[in-house]
Design a protein around this ligand. Structure first.
Ligand code: HEM
Length: 404
């Protein structure tokens, strides 16, 4: 077994992995990584931009380990985890071609830049209404009171979830998200699996309502694919709804949370944003680069493959370091500085290759609308307290208290 050079769960890396990434990029760009957690397999951690970008586009690295290894070689899935695993097994995120392409093509029209551009005014209204509701003159947790509700509501709109059901949806989705991180407990898995069953049942009812009364949203498009020519099974339809909620809310919310914190620590960049001296698409690209809400994209080697000078064996796990790549000085000079003057177009926060974020055009609009609004409405970012969220895949905040 190779020597472990990256301990993702070590306290210093949980607090701030960037110094470790910088060292790895220079000394061990493809480094063995492990942690003493049951079910946490070791993996090769890739930290240079060129290797992360190339590896994510390389079809020798895929997602379906089950196709590769006999069932007995895989760790057994405990009974309480099975409903969750059954659901995510239908997600495009965990599929290789050809299933991946079939599932992705069905949803692609809804996420095309031209299609989501029409949602900008609705997102602006939603964000403004939420800011209006924040109590002035007090300390407010912007993560719980703003970033998460906004992100979940944007995807809920896309799926046609009625407004009254949103609080319920938020609780279900957060529980499922907690059950899917690398750091998870028996309890969080059990609760996540229960919520997955409940959320599937909820969407089964919503699908029936949409069948009777279509509204021209994402859900209708998926229902049409299911009903008219059987391109989607009923389980795939229901689990796709949950995938969009899951994939669409966490990183979007954490871009807002991490972004607010980063701006509070970079007064010069914040002043430029407030003064309207930065074009919002450029500002969002730099915030994505700098904060990288999703830090790692995992794959399995489907065959023996050399990457960055290291031989990766068939069946081994590879973690492509999106956050590490986004601070690679070979591509981004002075990478640890939030700088709205830089060219950040090559940032990899949305991944790369066939799984690169399908929601990226929507996420960009959401972030542009939100940061433009907050620059006007919260010109002073006065952090009263903050708490990091524990996670290996998503790096973010559990709370960010601002004095309003
Ligand atoms: C700032 C916000 C967001 C970030 C940083 C982000 C990041 C990512 C990344 C890195 C991936 C690739 C994962 C991998 O390769 O393993 C991904 C995939 C995906 N994202 Fe996003 N995402 C964001 C917002 C959204 C939104 C708003 C939606 C939908 C409403 C969405 C839906 C998806 C889906 C469905 C996939 C899987 C695509 C596939 O497997 O082909 N994401 N996202």
């Amino acid at each position: 077994m190779p020597v472990t050079l990256f301990h993702p769960l070590a306290a210093e890396n949980r607090a701030d992995p960037y110094p470790t990434y910088a060292r790895l990029r220079e000394t061990a760009p493809v480094a063995w990584s492990s942690a003493p957690v049951p079910g946490f397999w070791g993996f090769w951690f890739v930290s240079r931009h060129a290797d992360v970008s190339a590896g994510l586009k390389d079809n020798r690295f895929g997602r379906e380990i089950a196709r590769l290894l006999p069932p007995e070689a895989l760790p057994p899935v405990p009974a309480h985890e099975r409903p969750l695993m059954a659901m995510i097994s239908h997600w495009m995120l965990f599929k290789d071609p050809p299933d991946h392409g079939r599932l992705r093509r069905l949803a692609a029209p809804v996420f095309a830049p031209r299609a989501v551009a029409g949602q900008r005014p609705a997102i602006e209204r939603l964000a403004a209404r939420m800011v209006d509701q924040l109590p002035a003159g007090t300390v407010v947790d912007m993560v719980g009171e703003f970033a998460y509700p906004l992100a979940i509501d944007v995807v809920s709109d896309l799926l046609g979830v009625p407004e009254g059901d949103r609080p319920l949806i938020r609780d279900w989705v957060r529980a499922i998200t907690a059950a899917l991180d690398v750091i998870r407990t028996e309890e969080s898995i059990r609760i996540g699996a229960e919520r997955a069953v409940e959320l599937s049942a909820y969407f089964a009812d919503l699908v029936e309502m949409h069948r009777r009364q279509p509204r021209g949203d994402l859900l209708d498009l998926l229902i049409e694919a299911r009903d008219q020519d059987g391109r989607l099974s009923e389980e795939e339809l229901l689990s796709a709804c949950i995938l969009f909620l899951f994939a669409g809310h966490e990183a979007s919310a954490q871009l807002v949370a991490n972004g607010l914190l980063a701006l509070s620590e970079a007064p010069e960049a914040h002043a430029r944003l407030r003064a309207g001296q930065v074009e919002m698409p450029l500002a969002v690209a730099e915030l994505l680069r700098f904060t990288s809400p999703q830090q790692i994209a995992f794959r399995y080697a489907l065959e023996d493959a050399e990457l960055g000078g290291t031989m990766i064996r068939k069946g081994q796990t590879v973690g492509f370091g999106l956050g590490a790549a986004n601070r690679d000085p070979r591509v981004f000079p002075d990478p640890d500085r939030l700088d709205f003057g830089r060219e950040a177009a090559r940032q990899l926060a949305f991944g790369a290759g066939i799984h690169s974020c399908i929601g990226a055009p929507l996420a960009r609009i959401e972030a542009e609308a939100t940061f433009a609004l907050l620059a006007r409405r919260l010109p002073r970012l006065d952090v009263a307290a903050l708490e990091r969220q524990d996670g290996v895949i998503v790096r973010g905040l559990a709370r960010l208290d601002l004095r309003l």
